[in-house]
Ligand binder design. Structure first.
Ligand SMILES: C[S@@+](CC[C@H](N)C(=O)[O-])C[C@H]1O[C@@H](n2cnc3c(N)ncnc32)[C@H](O)[C@@H]1O
Length: 308
């Protein structure tokens, strides 16, 4: 390597070259574990970090040390506990998915954290987003499943034709953007359109397992009553409008299991808030705001844990 016999290169140099060879020889792999990463100095660690980002790999460096931080506690050959693992997720979410979507980074990280919690706690059911646009949140849900070695179906409900026009219960916060409908028929507004083909492309790009994805194309009032998806562990609503949100709450909320979670992205929009409250007969109990770094309190996405 670089005119030096490979066996005579420094240990860190050999490790770096080996990682590059492992990536090139196994393009379908997404994770490489390096057992003696303590040999790497900061410079080589930074180079490997760059290689991982460029080739969309995760590199798990096994470093012997007493420092606290990201880590996996392994006992009797089983993963017992993840420490600070959200930093790992944050890095993946930020470098892979964040760039293309509509959502703030902390909101994507909240989806990662809640999905991890569901999987850790063994809450039964599938993972659902209604209103996916490019599919950032379903991609994060599926990434966490892969990361934790769990098989859960991820449902993507969307028209894949954009948001409809606003109705009488929608506020001025959204109506100027999408226009208002005259009668009670759905009319596409032309806003936030991402076709099913494009979303499938994003999911491939972000490494989602296609066998665990279920795309359900159509207007919610047509698809939700006829799609049998079984129990739901995570229901994420991000459809901007009263009617869209109310339909999701009517058909899907009853399927969310005890201990499952609901996330409402557009809590700041009066129409969405009204739809949730109309469906529940009041505000959800014990909801938490997701500090998204954008809105003030009351203007942020929320989530709550469902108690049956
Ligand atoms: C704001 S975008 C979703 C953003 C996405 N969750 C993200 O984080 O990037 C709203 C989505 O809801 C979908 N949508 C809204 N109302 C709908 C309805 N009634 N039926 C089907 N899709 C709907 C739109 O097609 C659009 O993709």
């Amino acid at each position: 390597y670089q005119d030096v016999p490979f066996g005579q290169c420094g240990a860190a140099e050999r490790l770096r070259v080996s990682v590059a060879m492992a990536m090139a020889a196994n393009p379908d792999l997404r994770v490489i574990r390096v057992t003696d990463a303590s040999l790497l100095d900061d410079n080589n660690r930074a180079i490997i970090d760059e290689m991982a980002k460029e080739h969309d790999f995760q590199i798990w460096l096994e470093i012997v040390g007493a420092e606290e931080g990201v880590g996996v506690v392994i006992e009797d050959g089983m993963v017992k506990e993840f420490l600070g693992v959200h930093d790992v997720h944050k890095n993946w979410v930020e470098t892979q998915v964040f760039k293309g979507g509509l959502t703030a980074l902390p909101t994507l990280c909240a989806t990662a954290a809640i999905t991890s919690k569901i999987l850790e706690q063994g809450v039964e059911g599938c993972l659902v987003e209604c209103g996916v646009f490019k599919g950032s949140h379903p991609a994060v849900m599926q990434y966490i499943c892969r990361f934790m070695g769990k098989r859960r179906l991820v449902y993507l409900f969307d028209s894949f034709e954009g948001i409809p026009k606003a109705g009488p219960n929608d506020c001025e916060g959204i109506a100027p953007l999408v226009g208002r409908v005259d009668g009670d028929q759905i009319e596409p507004s032309g806003v936030s359109i991402c076709s099913l083909n494009e979303v499938s492309g994003y999911m491939r790009k972000w490494g989602a397992d296609p066998t665990m994805l279920r795309f359900v194309k159509g207007w919610f009032h047509q698809t939700l009553p006829t799609t049998d998806i079984g129990p739901i562990a995570l229901l994420r609503l991000d459809a901007d409008l009263y009617e869209s949100t109310k339909t999701c709450m009517t058909y899907l909320y009853p399927r969310v299991v005890d201990g499952g979670y609901v996330i409402v992205d557009d809590w700041r929009l009066d129409g969405v808030k009204k739809a949730v409250c109309d469906a529940l007969g009041g505000e959800p109990q014990n909801y938490h705001e997701i500090p998204d770094g954008v809105g003030d309190s009351g203007q942020r996405p929320i989530f709550w844990k469902v108690k049956r």
